[in-house]
Design a protein around this ligand. Sequence first.
Ligand code: 5AD
Ligand code: SF4
Length: 463
Amino acid sequence: MKTRLVHIKSFGCQMNKLDTALVKSALKEAGFDITESLKEADLVLFNTCSVRQHAEDRVIANLGHMKHLKKSKPHLVVGIMGCMAQRLGKELLEHEAVNLVVGPGQIPHIVSLLEAVMHDQGKQLDISNEIRQQAPDNPDLEAFESKHDSDDKQIPGQAFVRIMRGCNNFCTYCIVPYVRGPEISRPPQAIVEQIEKLAQAGVKQITLLGQTVNAYAYEDAGKTYDLADLLVLVSEVNGIEWIRFVTNYPIEDNFDRIMQAMADLPKVCNYLHMPAQSGSDGMLKAMNRRYTAEQYLDLLKHARAIVPDIAVAGDFIVGFPGETNEDFQKTAELVRQAQYKNCFVFKYSPRPGTTSDNRLEDNVSDAIKQQRNLDLLAVQESVSANLCQTFMGKTVKVLVEGLSKKPHVNAAEHNNLPQLIGRTATDWIVVFNGPETLAGHFAEVTINRVSPLTLFGDLASNT
Ligand code: 5AD
Ligand code: SF4
């Protein structure tokens, strides 16, 4: 009899990690076992990302490795899920090592597809043909999502819940609308029921996910529920203590209402992830972002007026086609003014089929992209270095995630207690020594040392 040990390797964003968790749950239900070891697996699934070329290159390198492995393990089944599966479809299926290609909209079929491969029915391909023509509801996907566990215990006490699928923004650089389809909001009732189930299983923090989470809109019986309404409903779930939502598109619609919900609802964390992408109006226009740098900063002013201690995080793309040094300096200036807690900086990567790739030449050299990436991170580091000082001597509440990467560091000086990592409601990373059993629980930590990205402290008490 064939064994059914599955290893899943996940790339990309939280959406993808969530899909991985759902697929793991479905596979377990169907009698497969999940293994962390690639070596002992009989089936290997790659949940892939297409957002930058680098993410795709890593998968292709992994497939080379799989091809090699299959020589000594001919029964090994290799499947590709996720955005790259949807983008490349048949082309990926032709790869010697690949048995199965399944798009993000087809994950409910994963078990039957794997079984077809295992029963020698040949290579299997299941992706959306007309991805932008999807119906606004997808009962298959909705049932799969509601049924399966999105709490894969990667970080104890925390779970992600998708509130929307897809995207309608068409930023010119972005592959997402072509691989995840049109924007569709899930019914509030389905979301709340799922969160109730997670709360009963011990989950304390929920992160609501959407490509443009602040555009959430669901019409039911003549009422349109927006994100602020949803935050109220999720706040009412017993057992859930912290609620986050990512990612926000910088637009005025509903913005103050959402910020007001953050201020009014104690469970909603004072944290806003809102990518600006650039500080140059010319670049923003070329990116088809529908705001100016001034409008973006104005939104942050509103956010801080309504939620004074809000922590803000951003994303930036450097080296977009035509970006001059002057454009880049405007981005650096925006980063100084925005006072982010942290920001993520990416080098522009042309994606086949997107508007910027079709119309604009990738004319900023990699060396300049690399330099701008470093320069922007340095600007942010000086902002963060200032912000983190405000924590010195303060006691903060954190949700403990588990062991830090180097749990043994300092353990000897702390009764052999390992180094743990946790996050504040405002998403600051806190490192301290304590018992590993604190993972998934809240703790109070008094901060005694700071660095731009991390706060360090001693356990004050745990709740
Ligand atoms: N090249 C580089 N970065 C990109 N992002 C999205 N598409 C691209 C691309 N083609 C970045 C954006 C987005 C984050 C998830 O990835 O900053 O916010
Ligand atoms: Fe996530 Fe976008 Fe990457 Fe797909 S392409 S995994 S939606 S970041």
